[in-house]
Design a protein around this ligand. Structure first.
Ligand SMILES: O=C(O)c1ccccc1NCC(=O)[C@H](O)[C@H](O)COP(=O)(O)O
Length: 209
């Protein structure tokens, strides 16, 4: 299973978290976030990482040229779209950046809203389901209704996100079987400052999953 730890801001934490077992690290490229990082910070954080670690930039409601510039200058291997990007936008981004993984995040409001994921399946590589919050785009610590996801079986691989912690992860995975999980505030001291003990506990609890 893929394990993405998101909202990394400190270069020394990126290598520590990868060594603990993360398969992907996320860098927030949304200026309004307290976890926002510049291109220079991303470069410093990913420089010591081995090639098998996915380096994902998280964007929301920005332009293709902005995403392209950040990806090309920083060395990111994937892009997570966390705003209100349309399937058409995802298609255009794919034309512009053919070599990177495109992850479309949906902040799920209802079972009906969950159906909109099918609109993206031809244009992105991976889906990510996060909790909806009226004021914040992500990193909210709010959990999704896991029961609602029990029958979610898209044709693309998907990440479960939203309020996951070392304490609740096994309960979540006993109900649903995503291809990956994404954690941010559940393994943090404060926004952007990851708690390495909590990250270690997460992998201990996950065992061989
Ligand atoms: O984390 C942020 O600050 C953020 C800001 C704007 C857009 C997206 C953001 N995070 C996206 C993520 O992938 C988080 O890992 C995801 O929302 C889960 O967060 P959490 O509930 O804290 O585990």
């Amino acid at each position: 299973m893929r394990v993405k730890i998101c909202g990394i801001t400190q270069p020394q934490q990126s290598i520590a978290i990868a060594s603990l077992g993360a398969t992907a690290l996320g860098f927030i490229c949304v200026p309004s976030s307290p976890r926002y990082v510049t291109i220079a910070q991303i470069q410093a954080a990913i420089a010591p990482l081995p090639p098998n670690i996915d380096k994902i930039g998280v964007f929301a409601n920005t332009t293709i040229s902005e995403i392209r510039q950040v990806v090309q200058e920083s060395g990111l291997t994937g892009v997570q779209l966390h705003g209100d990007e349309t399937p058409e936008f995802c298609y255009q981004l794919r034309q512009s950046l053919s070599q990177v993984e495109i992850i479309k995040a949906l902040r799920v409001r209802s079972l009906e809203h969950l159906q909109t994921t099918t609109n993206y399946t031809d244009y992105v590589d991976t889906l990510l389901l996060d909790a909806y919050h009226p004021q914040q785009l992500g990193g909210t610590g709010q959990t999704l209704d896991w029961q609602m996801l029990e029958r979610f079986n898209p044709s693309l691989p998907w990440f479960l996100a939203g309020g996951l912690t070392p304490d609740n992860i096994l309960t979540a995975l006993s109900q649903i079987t995503p291809n990956g999980i994404d954690l941010s505030s559940g393994v943090e001291h404060s926004p952007g400052n990851k708690d390495l003990d909590q990250v270690a506990l997460l992998f201990q609890n996950l065992g061989n999953r």
